[in-house]
Design a protein around this ligand. Sequence first.
Ligand code: ATP
Ligand code: MG
Length: 391
Amino acid sequence: MKFDTILCHYAEVGLKIGNRRFFENWLKQNIKASLLTVISKEEFDIKRIHGRILVELKKDISKNKENITRALSDTFGVAYFAFAKTVSQDIKLIREESLSILNENQFETFKIKARRPDHRFLLTAQQVNEDVGAFVLSKINKTVKLNDPDITCFIDIVQGVSYLYTKKIIGPGGLPTGANGKVVGLLSAGIDSPVATIMAMKRGASVILVHFHSVPMTTEDSIEKVKQLTEVLRRYQSRIHLYLVALAPIQKEILVKTKEKFRILLYRRFMIRIAEMIAKKDKAKALITGESLGQVASQTLGNIAAIESVSTIPILRPLIGLDKQEIMDLAKQYGTYDISILPDQDCCSLFVPKHPATNAKKQYLDQEENNLKIDDLMKEAIDSIEYVNIK
Ligand code: ATP
Ligand code: MG
């Protein structure tokens, strides 16, 4: 089929009655940004039409169809999309085009599925189904099957024209990334946090990334991995910022001045504090981590509470109820897994205590921190922040 349009249908966006326009605009901008990664701005126009985002193709982009499919499949808020052909609202033309589009496929059974939000068109959707169906039957020897046919010819009669297509391509669902505000995602080089980040994006949050490294006590591997992960995350959020923070000076102080069993929890508290400062500066409203309950010693309820007590903004944990296997499956699906499993030296694997506290209390950690010059350490860390421009 020679298509000239891509129709993008949204999922829940349509349900947000009060601010539907707002979500639609976000989705439109995000679709545009995704398409610009694979075709040029001269090749398409994009607009909102009744309940859909319409991409009008100004050139033949057939050779890029696969790339476009991939880009739209990564654009949250898209429930499904279709490469369609525009036909004027003339039932004779609609009949002919439906027949010719169907004829491009191998099938025995078919159905016509019209929708007519444009009530200026005088036939109802059902009348269109019957009319076009009868026409097709009169021309070729096939059977109508309403339930699970081999092929469906969709006819969307919208805003002065009609759009014909036979394939709905399932999108990723969710809400347009950015429409629900900003958060700061704590991105390690592991498997979990990239997935947590993408899940937040899927629910409409735009994520600012922060990674803590222990260079020069470790190699730069985790930094390299996080940059690569950010490249993947960019598929889901085209404008993305990554901050790198040197945790080594803080870790050195913790190593010499606090009890061994609390080390990791104290590292974590500083991560939260620094991430929160970044959030305040960039007007983000929450933090995101890849924690899931009970997965490792630092993720018991007690420890989670003791760590989180230093934050004044919510910490969201999209993976809280997932098993490791489920998280790994998502990581594979989203394309982060292969990078996450590359070897690196994690900042928290440095000088891991033999017997880490599994149920620390806020007051124990507060007490340990009395031995630290928190403000000075924070200032040093903030001054070390490096901003990475991912191209
Ligand atoms: P991940 O696979 O995301 O590393 P994990 O199962 O290894 O998670 P932890 O190492 O306990 O769990 O880390 C819990 C969360 O703390 C991570 O998911 C991440 O959000 C945050 N975090 C841990 N280390 C770092 C780091 N070096 N930089 C930024 N955030 C981190
Ligand atoms: Mg980790």
